[in-house]
Design a protein around this ligand. Structure first.
Ligand code: FAD
Length: 387
């Protein structure tokens, strides 16, 4: 028996079903052939590769866990392996799929009317429409319940005023799931591109997730009919439920970014000769590689187990928080160490670790910062909310 695969040290592959393995291999091939070759240029040019959207749709990756309306109805583990493979390419591509799937289609599927579901979900699944999820505001993303965007009743319509910040796909989206405070608590509205008073402005000069399109959304007396309100989305808990699903995908996705970094450094340290021998013959490099594999292996097992808890319908939100926190922290630390093991070459886009490292600076912040997830776990341990 040979040594374990360094990128799957405890053979998580053996825990996947035949279908899940097929999905992983199919998405993996797509990432190797069509995603990874684009990403250095997209990152440098601050460009989202929109040309991938029809391919992502052809592969059934939008809304993959949802049932009916043209969606594949896959399980959580299958969604996890999709996110892992996509993020092996770049966090921006996984982010686009997470937003479209968990945050937009997930919200419409769970909280929408039958008319909203049958109008939007098939188009979002086919990728002929893109969506975004407008929750965060500039004055404090960690505390979304204090949102200032307001929706007021005007006869049979609603009028929205306010602004959302840091919205993935915001400027590309045909529809925004927009969360707003009403006299009756937080509600969600489907605001369509072109609505009077609605504007999306791209946020430029990001140093992280550069291949993702991020925008600020402005709402100046935007009038929408009551039929644009998601009837079952009541209270901030509805938004948090969508986020829990997306965070689960992030926990898997982070493993993909970490795998890409370790893969590149395992090869590099084998071929790089210093002091008359390959770099990977030295003790310090071996302990760093071993430490990276240790962190990746723990993250993969956490992700896999969380998928099983989700499939049984018993995943607690603190378990999702621990996985998002642990796995993104692991991936970020791995990416930084891999960058260093490449020496000067590691600061260029010719090697993947620094691109992943910079992307992961966003991934550790969005969908709940690391500290907020630690506090969610702390609340589960003590019964006391410290935030
Ligand atoms: P703040 O909430 O201001 O936090 C600042 C710091 O304070 C952090 O370190 C935080 O951990 C810490 N902190 C906060 N509260 C406490 C506390 N009680 N105790 C201790 N420390 C605390 N949002 C969307 O709605 N939709 C999107 O599609 C989306 N996409 C994004 C894409 C990108 C590229 C980025 C960067 C962000 C995106 N976000 C999106 C927003 C993201 O979710 C928020 O940035 C995140 O929730 C943090 O909010 P904030 O940036 O306002 O930081």
């Amino acid at each position: 028996m040979g040594p374990p695969n360094p990128l799957d040290f405890y053979d998580v592959t053996a825990l996947l079903s035949d279908d899940e393995r097929l999905i992983r291999d199919t998405v993996g091939r797509f990432v190797d052939r069509e995603v990874t070759p684009l990403m250095a240029d997209c990152f440098a040019a601050e460009r989202f590769p929109s040309e991938l959207v029809p391919r992502l749709a052809d592969l059934g990756l939008f809304g993959a866990t949802l049932h009916d309306y043209g969606c594949a109805g896959l399980g959580s583990t299958a969604y996890g392996v999709i996110c892992e493979e996509l993020e092996r390419g770049d966090s921006s591509v996984r982010s686009c799929v997470s937003v479209q799937s968990s945050l937009v289609m997930g919200a419409i599927h769970a909280f929408g009317s039958e008319d909203q579901r049958s109008r939007w979900l098939p188009q979002l699944a086919r990728g002929t429409k893109l969506g975004c999820f407008g929750l965060t505001e500039s004055h404090g993303g960690s505390d979304p319940a204090r949102m200032r965007t307001r929706a007021r009743r005007h006869g049979g319509d609603w009028v929205l005023d306010g602004a959302k910040h840091w919205i993935t796909n915001g400027a590309l989206a045909d529809v925004s799931v927009t969360w707003a405070m009403t006299d009756d608590g937080v509600k969600a509205f489907l605001v369509e591109k072109g609505a009077g008073g609605y504007e999306a402005r791209v946020i430029k000069n990001k140093l992280s997730l550069r291949a993702s399109s991020t925008a600020e959304l402005a709402f100046a007396s935007v009038r929408v009919p009551d039929s644009a309100r998601l009837p079952e989305a009541n209270g901030i808990k509805a938004a948090l439920r969508c986020l829990d699903d997306a965070r689960f995908g992030i926990a898997w996705g982070a493993c993909g970014a970490a795998r890409a970094c370790l893969d590149s450094v395992l090869q590099y340290t084998q071929s790089r000769e210093l002091f008359g021998r390959p770099l990977n013959h030295t003790q310090l490099i071996q302990t760093r590689l071993a430490d990276g594999v240790r962190k990746l292996t723990a993250a993969q097992l956490v992700a896999w187990r969380l998928a099983k808890l989700k499939e049984q319908g018993v995943a607690h939100n603190a378990q999702v928080s621990l996985a998002k926190w642990n796995n993104v922290r692991a991936a970020l630390d791995i990416a930084r160490d891999c960058r260093d093991m490449l020496g000067a070459a590691g600061i260029t886009l010719d090697h993947v670790p620094m691109r992943h490292m910079l992307n992961l600076e966003t991934v550790i912040t969005y969908e709940g910062t690391e500290s907020i997830h630690e506090l969610v776990v702390g609340r589960a341990l003590t019964g006391q909310s410290a935030f």
